[in-house]
Design a protein around this ligand. Structure first.
Ligand code: ATP
Ligand code: ATP
Ligand code: CA
Length: 218
């Protein structure tokens, strides 16, 4: 479904969100104080405006209150980022996502009511560490302190076995969410589905259990 999103701050993060959301068919209002940044996204937004997003009256006059979603990607200016988030919150925007530069920034944003706080450099660093740590794991998503989703390539040791035979849930308390075979993604794997070497397994579970599976189940 088509969404209306206001994106504030057009650094690399904000700009890349603009481009991708536009590609996915959504309506975007982009705001930045920098004319050059605004011009750069004029081709991929419904409206791109040069404005200061910490000015409540400006946001009101742009009709920001009618948007369902807001993304605040104001970089290192902590004060502006927090103030802008606060104004959007008071306007009643239902989902507000904000980019933070560090943990302290993240905590403040959560206190003022950001629905989701993203620390791209930190999060990508964690993900990449997991890629490098394990040759088997090809992707890693943090769900919480305790739970995550991993993608791993099925090694020859489990090739030819069905999910029933592997019994991953009972033995390791992990759930196979999907099996990817090249372009084909099976998002509702059944017990009789057979794993073939090179298939990609998408698994969800407690981090300790996933580690156990990786070490002992393959
Ligand atoms: P990235 O890492 O994604 O490139 P960043 O977090 O390092 O970005 P910047 O590159 O500085 O941050 O991008 C932040 C953008 O936010 C800039 O284009 C800046 O002009 C804009 N910005 C800062 N303050 C405001 C404000 N009050 N209103 C609107 N835009 C703002
Ligand atoms: P991030 O966005 O991940 O916070 P960044 O890409 O914005 O990082 P910096 O914050 O400047 O970049 O971090 C780069 C780090 O690399 C700094 O700690 C800096 O001291 C270090 N660095 C830069 N040049 C060299 C060099 N020639 N040799 C060793 N370290 C370097
Ligand atoms: Ca940056």
């Amino acid at each position: 479904m088509k969404k209306e999103v206001v994106i504030i701050g057009l650094g690399r993060f904000g700009t890349s969100m603009c481009r991708e959301l536009n590609r996915l068919g959504h309506d975007i209002l982009a705001i930045d104080t920098d004319e050059e940044k605004v011009n750069e996204v004029s081709d991929c937004t419904t409206q791109a405006v040069i404005a200061n997003a910490t000015d409540e009256n400006v946001l009101k006059s742009l009709g920001v209150r009618n948007f369902e979603h807001a993304v605040v990607a104001i970089g290192d200016n902590l004060q502006s980022s927090v103030l802008c988030t606060l104004i959007l919150k008071e306007m009643g925007i239902s989902t507000i996502w904000v980019k933070a530069r560090d943990l302290q920034h993240q905590k403040i944003l959560e206190k003022v009511g950001a629905d989701r706080v993203i620390q791209p450099e930190y999060e990508m660093g964690v993900r990449m560490a997991h890629h490098l740590n394990s040759e088997k794991i090809i992707d890693y998503i943090n769900l919480s302190e305790e739970y995550s989703i991993i993608e791993l390539v099925a090694p020859p040791s489990i090739s030819g076995k069905t999910l029933f035979q592997l019994d991953i849930r009972a033995k390791f308390n992990c759930t196979v969410l999907a099996i990817k075979r090249f372009e084909d993604v099976n998002i509702a794997p059944s017990p009789e589905d057979e794993i073939v070497k090179g298939n990609i397994l998408v698994l969800m579970g407690h981090k300790d259990d996933l580690k156990q599976f990786e070490e002992k189940g393959l």
